[in-house]
Design a protein around this ligand. Structure first.
Ligand code: CA
Length: 242
């Protein structure tokens, strides 16, 4: 598992033909992994468990509506930053939804072309997760070269084992987001591998130690008590000479 996983896109749609059409076209792109949900309840479960890179969310859904799914995703720190493209039916509803502060990142009105949907997905991912489009990612004084598997901090090489590299790569793609140990296990080790949650702590410790080189700023990895770990949003480069 040397290459980062493809981003997971969750499609939430109760109309099977539309769901199939979106799924078919996204899979054909070859850039994404796809998950699907047919109602709001199922969507919330998948969002919680899988933390998708982006959600394509139908507004009219049985049980929990799209707008309620959106509100709940935005209300929790673990899922707050997940981009959402809301799909609405043509007409009044589309106007109404624009007036509501749902927290969706973009809207599409049915019927839409899959070309348009794909363009919107790419645009939202590029805007929110520039990491996906780039091989070299910077966070504070940390530079990750994903294609060369090299990490530099404060103009020095940082030597990381493969697991520490994947951990840092995962964090740097989602700065500020808190990940539980289980979520990190799934993202970095894979869900089909049995590893104890404490193993995550060991590798976080190694990553911290490796990043803590002379001339570097403070520890960028934040421990969130009883929740997990995050690459700290509030991390700021120290002033020169500090
Ligand atoms: Ca619907």
């Amino acid at each position: 598992m040397n290459t980062p996983k493809k981003p997971l896109i969750l499609i939430v749609e109760d109309e099977a033909p539309i769901l199939e059409l979106i799924r078919y076209n996204l899979e054909r792109e070859g850039q994404y992994r796809i998950a699907e949900a047919r109602d709001g309840e199922e969507a919330l479960v998948i969002i919680d468990e899988e933390l998708p890179a982006l959600v394509v969310l139908d507004w009219m859904l049985p049980q929990v509506s799209g707008i309620e799914v959106c509100r709940r995703v935005r209300s929790r720190p673990e899922t707050r930053n997940i981009p959402i493209i809301m799909v609405t039916a043509r007409g009044e509803e589309a106007d109404r939804i624009r007036g509501l502060d749902t927290g969706a990142d973009d809207y599409l009105t049915k019927p839409f072309s899959t070309v348009e949907l794909l363009a919107r997905i790419r645009a939202v991912l590029r805007r929110i997760r520039p990491a996906l489009a780039e091989n070299i990612i910077r966070f504070g004084d940390i530079i990750v070269d994903r294609s060369a598997h090299r990490v530099r901090r404060a103009d020095q090489d940082v030597h990381l084992g493969p697991t520490e590299f994947r951990l840092l790569d995962h964090f740097i793609q989602h700065p500020g987001r808190v990940f539980s140990r289980e979520q990190l296990l799934d993202a970095v080790w894979g869900s089909d591998v049995y590893v104890e949650a404490r193993t995550v702590d060991v590798h976080i410790g190694r990553l911290r130690k490796a990043l803590n080189i002379s001339g570097a700023n403070n520890d960028p990895i934040r421990t969130v008590r009883s929740a997990g770990y995050a690459l700290d949003d509030a991390f700021k480069p120290a002033p020169m000479g500090a």
